[in-house]
Design a protein around this ligand. Structure first.
Ligand code: HEM
Length: 640
């Protein structure tokens, strides 16, 4: 059974300035202080120091391997909830971080899955966002344990929990915004005292209000930090229920009747406490949760359970089986190692980005789990795929279907290219850490070959569209405006990822904040070109530029480093292979641009584009663009 840590946090490496975006002060921001270190800021105040484990999938995976953890469930840190803000801002904020969570998962080699966040002060918006996220690949939601004065028994929040049950979403309740702040100004007492009390309060409210009697048994809800002080004080609650009618509230049964209605994580940091928790809650109800990577989390994730006196059977449940049940995933009998999982992916296989409606992998797994046999159609989601073509022309023009399908096919291949190029970056990054190992270089070259083959297909594919007469296209063209290729998020992502970064292009994505956020992040991240040259620096072929070097000098130094590789073919065959593949990819992208222009001219002549550009004359200017200009420059110096 894979080991799963269900309580871990992430923080994106960057996000837009929320104070500027919403025009109100004191939104959380991030300030990078030195490589691998940053601070979460609230306005000008440091809220928490953090490390790159918060945003760097490779760091997380390494530490998971170190601790023997196969999977992590990541959720945002509660300081990002924004429950006290205008609902539309909180929704926008939730969407930003929810999409960022999926991006991190996409880099997690199938070992990271996410819980989303919702603007819980607005129940309708929360339901809509939860549904969107479940479709996009989240496994559930993390919520704060209260919204202002409203506890979890608030009718609106109960409605939301109903919706979670309907959607098959796992719910993690995390304490936040701790009570009696004015009496706990020091020593991090809100964390050590306030948090356990908050969670206890939530559980008591859910039970005594009768909310758990009304909520369906299918709701899978888990409380962080061992459920706070709940287990230890259950006797007190039980006694009160029996002694005082007032304490019974609307609950149909005494409190201990409800213990099989929720889960708690194992973050209690004391073996006796863990033993007690398992005794009270039952071995099926406690799950590995560490609070990784925050300082108050478990330093060696899983050690408390592994080193406890629990039976081997109980340990297996706590480390993995119970998490599968809470997440609604099929129980896995085999126990692949963390490395095996990293290489092959697993039942956690995470979509690289938002999936189509109804394509939630959890529900597909459920289908397999419930005994229905997987078919070609259900595995590939063919019915969903075939429902995604919606021509705008009326009566429908025969060729509009072709136009849509060709574009959709391009977008699918763009998705695969991003997936593979991200892996190329990860492999080259690994060589920076260990330049003597050849594995990363070989793997990068192998994946780049796939990318060039895909690009070849993409160049060819325009011919299919050219079977459409210009008059036929013009018959429905005006229906498409103002949609334009300018808005192809993945095409722009590919450019940014490879190293061609033009911030001005973000303006075409202002209407879609989540796309804007993805591109914004790509702008900030190291590109393939950056990582390639960092790897050459680690190899010793390229010297770091001297202080004060001009851009031209740096460029020439990089071109010379490539020249040096080619001159020493015997020792650098693998790197030369990478260089050749990158050059070929660059060449094919220019080929794509050229074929696109020819097709555009053949179809609309020199008309303006629907995106407002001058059309083919604008596109011709892009022909000069190169992802890896140094690779081309070096060729001028090479000799036989
Ligand atoms: C009849 C077919 C097509 C026509 C007439 C056409 C026309 C244009 C025009 C005029 C532009 C310039 C931007 C604007 O003002 O809208 C453009 C950009 C773009 N088109 Fe197409 N296009 C066609 C098919 C395609 C296809 C099949 C793809 C495949 C993904 C595609 C992807 C793009 C992209 C990514 C851009 C942005 C290029 C850049 O900024 O460098 N187009 N297209």
């Amino acid at each position: 059974m894979p080991v799963t840590d269900i309580h871990t946090h992430f923080v994106p490496e960057s996000w837009p300035d929320l104070a500027a975006r919403f025009g109100t002060p004191d939104w959380p921001g991030i300030k990078h202080t030195e490589p691998g270190k940053a601070a979460i800021m609230i306005g000008n105040r440091v809220f928490r120091q953090i490390t790159s484990a918060c945003w760097d999938a490779n760091v997380r995976l390494e530490q998971m391997d170190r601790d023997g953890v196969d999977h992590q469930i990541i959720s945002a840190t509660p300081v990002l909830f924004a429950y006290n803000r205008e609902p539309q801002y909180a929704l926008d904020c939730a969407r930003l971080f929810n999409d960022a969570a999926l991006e991190l998962c996409a880099r997690g080699k199938g070992r990271l899955r996410a819980l989303c966040q919702v603007p819980l002060q607005d129940i309708d918006a929360s339901c809509v966002e939860l549904t969107r996220c479940m479709r996009a690949g989240h496994l559930g939601v993390q919520i704060g344990n209260h919204v202002g004065d409203k506890n979890l028994d608030d009718p609106g929040i109960v409605t939301f929990l109903h919706h979670c049950a309907d959607q098959g979403a796992a719910v993690l309740v995390h304490p936040w915004d701790m009570m009696a702040a004015q009496r706990m100004p020091k020593y991090m007492m809100p964390w050590t005292v306030g948090m356990p009390a908050e969670t206890q309060l939530s559980l008591v409210a859910l039970i005594v209000s009768g909310a758990l009697d009304r909520l369906p048994a299918s709701l899978r809800i888990c409380f962080a930090h061992g459920g706070g002080s709940f287990a230890f004080l259950l006797g007190r609650l039980q006694n009160a229920w029996q002694q005082q009618k007032l304490c019974r509230g609307a609950a149909q049964f005494p409190p201990n009747h409800y213990l099989d209605r929720f889960y708690v994580d194992s973050a209690v940091f004391d073996e006796r406490a863990l033993q007690f928790l398992v005794e009270i809650m039952g071995a099926d109800r406690v799950l590995l949760g560490s609070d990784y990577p925050f300082p108050l989390g478990e330093a060696r994730v899983g050690s408390l359970i592994r080193e406890s006196q629990c039976s081997p059977e109980t340990k297996t449940k706590l480390l993995g089986t119970n998490a599968q049940a809470w997440l609604g995933l099929p129980q896995k009998p085999a126990a692949p190692t963390a490395t095996e999982v990293a290489q092959t992916g697993s039942s956690f296989g995470c979509p690289a980005r938002g999936t189509v409606e109804g394509a939630n992998p959890a529900s597909k797994n459920d289908e397999a789990h419930t005994g229905k046999k997987l078919t070609y159609s259900s595995y590939l989601q063919v019915p969903e795929l075939l429902r995604l073509q919606h021509p705008e022309s009326s009566p429908e023009h025969h060729d509009e279907l072709l136009f849509i399908i060709v574009h959709q096919t391009y977008e699918l291949w763009f998705k695969e290219l991003l997936h593979d190029l991200d892996a190329v970056v990860a492999n080259l990054r690994a060589t920076c850490e260990d330049p003597t190992s050849r594995d990363g270089v070989y793997e990068a070259a192998r994946l780049l070959r796939r990318c060039t083959e895909i690009m070849r297909v993409l160049v060819e594919q325009f011919t299919i569209l050219e079977t459409m007469l210009p008059t036929h296209f013009l018959a429905f063209r005006e229906k498409l405006a103002p949609a334009s290729g300018f808005q192809s998020e993945q095409f722009r992502e590919l450019e940014f990822l490879c190293g061609l970064k033009d911030e001005k292009m973000l303006r075409y994505h202002e209407l879609t904040p989540e796309t804007h956020a993805i591109l914004f992040r790509r702008l900030r991240e190291d590109s393939l070109r950056d990582v390639f040259f960092k790897a050459l620096e680690a190899l010793g072929t390229l010297q770091p530029p001297p202080a004060g070097a001009t851009e031209e000098e740096k460029f020439q130094a990089r071109a010379k480093a490539i020249h040096a590789l080619y001159r020493d073919e015997r020792n650098h065959r693998d790197w030369i292979d990478v260089c050749e593949r990158l050059t070929e990819f660059d060449e094919l992208v220019v080929g794509w641009r050229l074929r696109h222009i020819q097709m555009v001219e053949r179809t609309i002549g020199i008309r303006m584009g629907t995106g407002g550009s001058s059309g083919s004359s604008y596109l011709k200017n892009t022909l000069e663009k190169k992802f890896f200009p140094e690779l081309w420059e070096a060729r001028t110096y090479l000799e036989g």
